[in-house]
Design a protein around this ligand. Structure first.
Ligand SMILES: [Zn+2]
Ligand SMILES: [Zn+2]
Length: 311
C-alpha cells in the first residue's frame, strides 16, 4: 500500500533561498492528507502535481503563521473550483474563528462544509481513523499550544502467494477472506490451510510529524520504533541558545530524539532563514543519527515496508 510523504515547504518562519514555509502531504493509497499549510502551499502543490481534489483532511499543528498562512487561499480555491465535499480541518482553538472572520468580511459563502476538529494540546488523542490507519496527536512543547501528528498503520493483511491462486483455482472474491486468515476449500472438497496460501503480513508502518518544538523527551515513548520521523531542526549547534529561547530544536537534538525513539529514518526540516547551506544541519544530525535526511521540497519519502523477518 502506498504510504509516503512529499515535502512542499521546509523552511521556518521566513521564506528564504527558494525554500517555503512548512507544509507537507502524506499520501496513503491515493488519498492526500495535508499537514500544515504555510504561505505558498497551493503553488507548491501545483508544482509537484499534488491534486487538490484528492484532499479531504488538513491538519494544522499550531497558529504561528508559517504553518497556516496558505490556508485561506487553499480553502478559497476549493470554493472557486465548486467543491461540494466536506473538508475536515484539524487545528488549535481559534483556527475556525480566524477563517470565519475572513469569509465574513470577504462575503464568501462556501459551497462546501468545513468540519472543524478542535485540537487540545494536553494529551495525545486519536483524531482520525479509517480502515487502514489512524492519526493521533503528539503533544509538543512550543510557545503556543502545538501538536504533531502520528500516522499509524493498522495491522496489514496476510500476503497471498500468487502462484497458489492458479494452483488451486482460487476465485477473486475469496482472496479477501484468505488475506484475513481463512482456509480455502477446493472444488473437489480439499481444505487448504491458510499458512500454505499466505505469508506473514508486513509490519504496520508509522510516520510522525513533530514541528515546532523545543527538545522534549516526553514525546519519546509515543514515538518508540517509529519508521519515519520528521522532527524540526531549526538551528545548528552553534545557535543552541537561540533554539532554547525560541522553543525550537537543533539538528543534534532532533537526531537525539530519533535515536532514543529507535526511529528507522529521520527527516530534518523547518530550517532557519539564516542558513543558505544546509550541510551543517545534516552533518551535525548524522553525528548522532546516521540515517538523517534533509526535507528537500519536492522530494517524496516513502515509509518503507518492513517484513516481519527483518526485525
Ligand atoms: Zn514554525
Ligand atoms: Zn511555531
Amino acid at each position: 500500500m502506498q504510504f509516503e510523504v512529499t515535502i512542499l515547504g521546509s523552511n521556518g518562519a521566513i521564506p528564504a533561498f527558494n525554500r517555503h514555509p512548512t507544509s507537507q502531504v502524506v499520501t496513503y493509497n491515493g488519498s492526500n492528507y495535508l499537514i500544515d499549510c504555510g504561505e505558498g502551499t497551493q503553488l507548491q502543490m501545483s508544482k509537484y502535481a499534488i491534486k487538490r481534489g484528492k484532499l479531504d483532511h488538513i491538519f494544522i499543528s499550531h497558529l504561528h503563521g508559517d504553518h497556516y498562512f496558505g490556508l485561506i487561499g487553499l480553502l478559497t480555491s476549493f470554493n472557486l473550483n465548486y467543491r461540494t465535499a466536506d473538508l475536515h480541518l484539524y487545528g488549535p482553538t481559534g483556527l475556525d474563528e480566524i477563517m470565519n472572520v475572513h469569509f465574513k468580511y470577504a462575503e464568501t459563502k462556501l459551497k462546501y462544509t468545513i468540519v472543524f476538529h478542535e485540537l487540545k494540546a494536553d494529551e495525545p488523542r486519536i483524531i482520525f481513523e479509517n480502515r487502514y490507519f489512524s492519526v493521533e496527536t503528539i503533544i509538543l512543547k512550543h510557545r503556543l499550544p502545538t501538536t504533531g501528528f502520528l500516522f499509524r498503520e493498522k495491522q496489514p493483511l496476510r500476503r497471498i502467494i500468487t502462484e497458489k491462486i492458479a494452483e488451486y483455482g482460487i476465485p477473486q472474491l475469496t482472496i479477501f477472506d484468505i488475506k484475513h486468515g481463512a482456509d480455502f476449500t477446493t472444488e473437489d472438497g480439499r481444505s487448504i490451510p491458510n499458512v500454505e496460501l499466505t505469508r506473514e503480513p508486513n509490519l504496520p508502518r508509522s510516520y510522525a510529524y513533530c514541528s515546532d518544538t523545543i527538545y522534549h523527551e516526553a514525546i519519546i515513548p509515543q514515538l518508540n520504533g517509529i519508521d519515519l520521523l520528521y522532527h524540526e531542526s531549526t538551528f545548528v549547534d552553534e545557535h543552541a541558545d537561540r533554539a532554547t529561547e525560541t522553543f525550537h530544536s537543533t539538528a543534534k537534538q532532533a537526531a537525539t530524539i530519533a535515536k532514543k525513539a529507535g526511529a528507522q529514518k529521520l527527516l530534518l526540516g523547518h530550517f532557519s532563514a539564516r542558513y543558505e547551506d544546509l550541510g551543517m544541519i545534516l552533518n551535525e544530525s548524522r553525528t548522532v543519527f546516521s540515517n538523517s535526511h534533509l526535507a528537500i521540497e519536492g522530494e517524496t519519502f516513502p515509509v518503507d515496508i518492513r517484513k516481519i523477518d527483518s526485525i
